[in-house]
Design a protein. Structure first.
Length: 459
């Protein structure tokens, strides 16, 4: 049994930033991070295939607060470069800049008129009661025209569930509420100057011969700050009364007792399942929390790099398998050999749906890439891989919120702070989970004076 001041479960960005923040408070070797995988970073990883780099999922960094920005920019120095993204939305009625509602000008004229008339109606004749579900929220925010053209088909592809079974809030992190005057401006001119939530984005641009590229540069740098990071340590059970966590490393079990605090970034339903004392009714409720998985299909392409396609493009057409196509060379030209480029397709499935064979997924994506005209005639796909991220998108159904609150409350009552995108079962960006982790670490520093020596006790 090892006794530590702080125990951190999971070495994604939340866990790694918390460990970094605690360095100022506790002796480094008295903060232990337990990570199931053989590489730290969680979602913030990159895959390398014979000269081509792909982020595990599209990752553009934008900061949620100035303090975290200062810390991370100091950590990465010149390797972090500004990356204001350009994204496009493809609909059956035309192609527009992202966000869709601020750039209607690219649509068919009759569609623009319908979108504007319907937005005017919901703006000037608002309903007084709260929307009952997500579909109603979209309708009341954007009006029927924008919903039919983009919001409904895209969100059906994204959530793979009836939109009237989803909660009216919790999904809105990237939805810019349409201000009628600005929408009118975007319908009349192509140059709106509108800044999306991620306009001040950052992306790593390490030297050409760097051992790691993509957003993994960030998780690698943060992991280097953690003094006691135990990889391949999968948390198997949590005894909240004794404050003891059991982790398995290959075929060996090890126990850790935390004195001052524990941060848990393991997905919330899984964390509750691991807690020995969690009430049966709470375990059962947590099994109802649902989510979607993402399939990232990584295509290595040989041929001249396309221009003007933007960093990524959304596809509203429900007969196209992917929701987005991502152009890796726009983020960092050195993610592929000069005579090639990386294209990544993002597909959504509910976590409960059966897994499709990889070969079938790749064949379908290749066919759809050709259908949407994303592969110029002089280009050829020379390699393809699939990576599955599960959970990827938390799906807020109508009964999720009370379950999330009860589960988080149970952990907090026992000195365990749920944190991170899945730890809190929320929508949060990299910038937000790092901000929350640093804030938690700062609060620990304020709460109790630092200790000086670690102890190991045999039980
Ligand atoms: C498709 C997609 C696109 C995104 N795009 C962006 C973007 O452009 N910009 C942005 O800012 N954010 C983006 N995000 C969000 C961002 O990826 C997350 O906010 C962030 O990576 C979450 O970090 P985390 O540490 O909370 O979770 P994770 O990265 O999931 O870390 C949790 C860690 O816990 C470990 N773990 C799990 N179970 C156990 C166990 N039993 N024992 C030990 N360890 C365990 C996991 O292996 C993992 O390393 C995107 C997310 C997705 C899914």
């Amino acid at each position: 049994m090892q006794e530590v001041d702080y125990l951190i479960l999971g070495a994604g960005l939340a866990g790694l930033a918390a460990a970094d923040g605690l360095r100022e408070r506790a002796p480094a070797d008295n903060v232990v991070v337990l990570e199931r995988d053989e590489v730290p970073g969680g979602l913030v990883r990159a895959d390398y295939f014979d000269g081509y780099w792909f982020d595990r999922v599209l990752h553009l960094l934008y900061f949620a607060d100035p303090k975290t920005e200062t810390r991370i920019r100091r950590l990465l120095g010149d390797e972090l470069a500004p990356c204001p993204p350009t994204a496009w939305v493809e609909t059956g009625d035309g192609v527009v800049r992202y966000p869709f509602q601020m750039h209607l000008r690219g649509l068919k004229q009759s569609t623009i008129v319908r979108c504007l008339a319907d937005l005017a109606e919901v703006t000037y004749v608002p309903e007084s009661d709260r929307p009952a579900h997500f579909q109603e929220m979209l309708l009341r925010t954007f009006g029927r025209g924008m919903c039919d053209t983009f919001m409904f088909p895209y969100n059906r592809k994204m959530w793979k569930r009836p939109l009237d079974g989803l909660a009216p809030s919790g999904f809105t992190w990237n939805i810019t509420p349409p201000d009628l005057k600005k929408v009118l401006h975007g319908a009349l001119t192509t140059d709106t100057g509108f800044q999306a939530y991620n306009a001040t984005g950052w992306y790593p641009r390490p030297p050409k011969d760097a051992p790691v590229r993509g957003m993994q540069v960030l998780s690698k740098a943060l992991a280097a700050q953690a003094a006691d990071l135990r990889l391949e340590h999968s948390v198997e059970s949590i005894d909240v009364e004794r404050r003891v966590v059991v982790a398995r490393c290959r075929d060996r079990e090890q126990e850790f007792r935390f004195r001052d605090g524990c941060l848990c970034s393991i997905p919330l339903p899984r964390a509750i399942a691991l807690c020995r004392q969690a009430p049966e009714q709470l375990r059962r409720a947590c099994r109802r929390l649902s989510c979607n998985r993402v399939l990232s299909v990584m295509l290595s392409v040989r041929g001249p790099r396309p221009e003007g396609r933007g960093h990524w493009r959304y596809y509203a057409d429900e007969s196209i398998d992917f929701t987005r196509l991502i152009y890796m060379h726009e983020f960092d030209p050195d993610t592929a050999p000069p005579e090639g480029w990386g294209l990544m397709a993002e597909l959504l499935e509910t976590s409960r749906s059966p897994m499709r064979p990889e070969a079938e997924v790749i064949a379908r994506v290749k066919a759809d890439v050709a259908r949407v005209g994303a592969l110029p005639g002089d280009c050829q796909i020379i390699d393809a891989h699939v990576r599955t991220i599960d959970p990827a998108y938390v799906a807020f159904t109508l009964d999720s919120q009370p379950i999330i609150e009860e589960a988080s409350g149970f952990l907090r009552d026992h000195g365990i702070e749920p944190l991170g995108r899945y730890g809190r079962w929320e929508y949060s960006s990299m910038g937000q989970v790092m901000r929350d982790a640093y804030t938690w670490a700062d609060q620990q520093s304020a709460a109790s004076p630092p200790r000086t020596r670690p102890t190991t006790v045999e039980e």
